[in-house]
Design a binder for this molecule. Structure first.
Ligand code: NDP
Length: 277
């Protein structure tokens, strides 16, 4: 049976084994998928051992996405643009690195949440790995404007400059949170890690245009502080990042197996499990 795994540190909390088992059942694919704890100083060795034992592919999570990028022999254009890899295909002819996070985000927004992106004003909060992964797929969706805002302002400015070559007609810019005063957006995506520690990026009031969606890449039971603040500030609706998690997994599954699972029922079942605690 073909073997796959998610590799990270820590890894016990990962929902990926459950998601991929559901995809495999649904599509009738015979595969095994496990959670692999890699020592912090031995990511490459962990991958090499898994590959030597016949492993066919890996999802890569915190803190190894940069090491996975360096380890890949070949990379997809979206992985090159992101500078990070969350999916490895372990082939006889070498290791292919891909980044499915941003495509997963865009699929969740457009397919599950019916949130139009073309011609819209998008605010992306944060300038870390999640933002880097999201930028190219978001730019490819042809919004009118893509603003990156970060606590450490220069990182947002540098990212906007780095991605300007991919922007086409999209107005892309980087700034600090204070520069957002008096601006309105149709979609505000929290790609900071503030929610992980129950914190809230210090945003000025009045960010949400009529009908706007607030999206937090973090997921779990109940609303994050960011989503609660967004509702209080006039966001028409809010969503967490569970759909992004399932959609990025579906992209990886399609890359490995050549079959695209129907993610909607898997997302609905996972949501129920999480809400039930
Ligand atoms: P990084 O560590 O690479 O980046 C963290 C970012 O958050 C930086 O821009 C940092 O700003 C900012 N930040 C941290 N704390 C605060 C705070 N208190 N106030 C304002 N800004 C803050 O993290 P990632 O990009 O890898 O992950 C970001 C989030 O996205 C996490 O919550 C992660 O769980 C989620 N994620 C979800 C996925 C999904 O499938 N749903 C996939 C990938 C990520 P500064 O530069 O100033 O330090």
């Amino acid at each position: 049976m073909d073997r796959y795994a998610v590799v990270g540190n820590p890894i016990a909390h990962s929902k990926s084994p459950w998601i991929h088992a559901a995809f495999a059942r649904q599509t009738g694919q015979a595969l095994a998928y496990e959670a692999l704890l890699a020592p912090l100083d031995d990511f490459a060795g962990t991958v090499a051992r898994f590959r030597a034992e016949g492993g066919r592919g890996l999802n890569v999570t915190v803190p190894f996405k940069l090491e996975a990028f360096a380890l890949a022999d070949r990379r997809t254009p979206r992985a090159e643009a992101a500078g990070a890899v969350n999916t490895l295909a372990l082939g006889a002819d070498g290791i292919l690195g891909d980044n499915t996070d941003g495509a997963g985000l865009v699929r969740d927004l457009s397919l599950n949440l019916h949130c139009p992106l073309a011609g819209r004003r998008i605010l992306l909060l944060g300038a870390g790995g999640a933002t880097r992964g999201a930028l190219l797929p978001l730019l490819d969706s042809a919004p009118a404007r893509l603003c990156i805002a970060n606590r450490t302002r220069h990182k947002a400015v540098e990212l906007a400059q780095a991605f300007a070559a991919h922007a086409g007609t999209v107005r892309i810019e980087g700034c600090g949170f204070e520069a957002l005063a008096d601006q309105r957006f149709d979609l505000v995506i929290n790609a900071t890690s503030a929610s992980l520690s129950g914190e809230l990026p210090p945003l000025p009031p009045g960010l949400y245009a009529q009908g706007a969606l607030a999206y937090d890449m973090m997921y779990g039971r109940g609303h994050t502080p960011f989503l609660r603040a967004a509702l209080a500030d006039g966001a028409a609706r809010v969503a967490d990042g569970l759909g992004m998690l399932v959609e990025q997994a579906a992209e990886s599954f399609a890359l490995w197996r050549g079959v695209r699972p129907d993610s909607a029922p898997v997302l609905a079942e996972l949501r129920q499990l999480i809400e039930a605690g």
